[in-house]
Design a protein around this ligand. Sequence first.
Ligand SMILES: [Zn+2]
Length: 504
Amino acid sequence: MTLTLAQVPSRVGASAARPALAEQPIRLPDLPLLVADVPQALRVALSQEGVPCQDYVPGSRAGRFVLYDSTRLRPRLGEGQRSFDVDELRRIVGGNVWQELADERAGRFAWQIGPLAVEEVVARADRAALRWQLMSKLRAMVEAAGGLWMSIAAFPHPYQTAFNFRIDHDEYDAGDFAATLAIAERHADCVSHYVCASTHVRHSQVLQRLRGMHVGSHGFWHHTYRDASANLTNVSRGIDALAAAGIVPQGFAAPLGRFNRGLLAALESLCVSHSSEFGLAFDDLPFFPAGSSVLQIPIHPVCLGLCLDAAGSRFPAEKAGAVAAETALRHFLRMARDKHQAREPVFFYGHPAARLGRFPHLLRELFDFVGTLDGVWRVTLAEFAKWWTARAKISVQAFRRNGQIEVVAERCPVHYSPAVDYWRGDRAATLPLMNGRAVFACDAPLGEPRRPLRDAYPRRVARRWGWRDRLCRYLDWEYATPLEEIATHHWRGRTKRLLREVKA
Ligand SMILES: [Zn+2]
C-alpha cells in the first residue's frame, strides 16, 4: 500500500499538545541498525533490501540495535542498546546461509515451461529466496524486541516495479535486426541493447540505428573467458570498438551469462558501471558483489532461445518455432504479471538473430501487456543502475515518538523520488520521502501481505554436468575467438589452441 502525505496523520511538531523534546526520555533512533563484524553476505543482503544500516563503532549512540556475530567479536553496548546475534539467525534459517549466499558458482538447471523442458547454466544459489528467509527472520527478531523494520523502497515513488527488456546482439542478421528494432525503438525508454562488437561494428547502419538508445557492451568476441587478462582484453576491445564507431557503451552483459572474479576484475579496472550475468544471480534485486563497485543487475534467465532449443528436440521443425514462441510469450506474460504483483523488477532478455526477429509478435504483445499494468517504471538498465547506486547512498534515521514514526533521510538523490517501505510482519506501506522526510502513524494502514514470488515460479531442477560439458568448461572451450588470437601464456590457452588446430 502506498500512502500520500495527505493521508499522513500529522506533521512533526504540528501538535501543540506534544511535550517539548527536552521533557521526553532520551531515546536512541530505532534505525539505522548498527552492524558490527558480521559476514559480508549479510551486509550485501541488507543493502539490497535497503534496510538502513551503519557500521558499528564502540560507544556509538546512532541506533538502538546492534547486529553482531558471536563467532567473531561481541560489541560493548551502551544504555538502551540491544544486540542480535546473527549466528543465531544463521541457525534459525538453517544450513550455512552465509556460504550459500557467497557462492558465485553456476550450475546446470532445468525448468518445465508449458510443454517444454528448458535448460540453462545459472547461479547455483537462489539468492533472492535466501535473502527473503533471512530478512523475514531478522525482521521478526527486531519486531519482537520492540524495534522497527523499514527499508528504502526498491523503486522511486510512485512506482511499484520497473520494466526492461535487454536485447543481446550476438550475431547480426539484417532482416531479424530490422524486425526487432521496428518494435524496440518504439519502446526505447525500456529497452537496453548489449552489442557484441566483432559481429556488428562493420555494419555501420546497425550502429547508426542504435544511436540515442541505451547501448551496453557484450564483449568483442562472444565469449566470457576463465582467464582474467583474456577478459580484460576482450571487454576493453569491445568497448573501444563501439566507441570508435560513435557509441560509448554504458554497462556490460557477459556473453553466455557467465560470471567469474576475473571478469569482475576486468570490469572494475575499466570502470564499468554495471553488469548483468545470470551465472551469478537471477530474478533478484541488484547488488554490488562483495568488495566490488560494479553493480550486478539480475534478470530472468529464461529466454525465447531456450524455448526454441527445447522445442527443436521435441517437435517437428515446421511446428517447433511456433510452439516455442507461444510458450515463451505465455511465460513472459505470466512472469510479468506475477513480478509486478510481487513488486519485483520485471527484467527479461532475448536475442534478435533467428529468435526475436523471427517472432516479433512476442515483443509486441509483451510491451502491450506491460502497458496495461499500473505503477511500472519503464527504464533502461543504465538508468536503473544510476537509481540503484544513488539509493545505496541514502542514509536513513527513524524514531518513534507519540504514536508516530519520523523518518529523516540524507543524501537523497535530486533526480529521483525515494520512498520507504514501513513493515509490520509481512505487510508494508510505501511512503514517499518529501524533502528527505516522512512522518506517519505507527499504525498506518498496510497493504496486502508481501510474498516472495519463488513459490509461483516454475520449479528449477538441478541437472548433472556430463563429462563432455565438464571438460569443455575446464578447457574454456569455444569457437568465438579466432585461432591466432587465443592467448597462449597459460596451459589452458595452449591446450585449446592445439586442439582447435587439430580439429581444423
Ligand atoms: Zn550473447
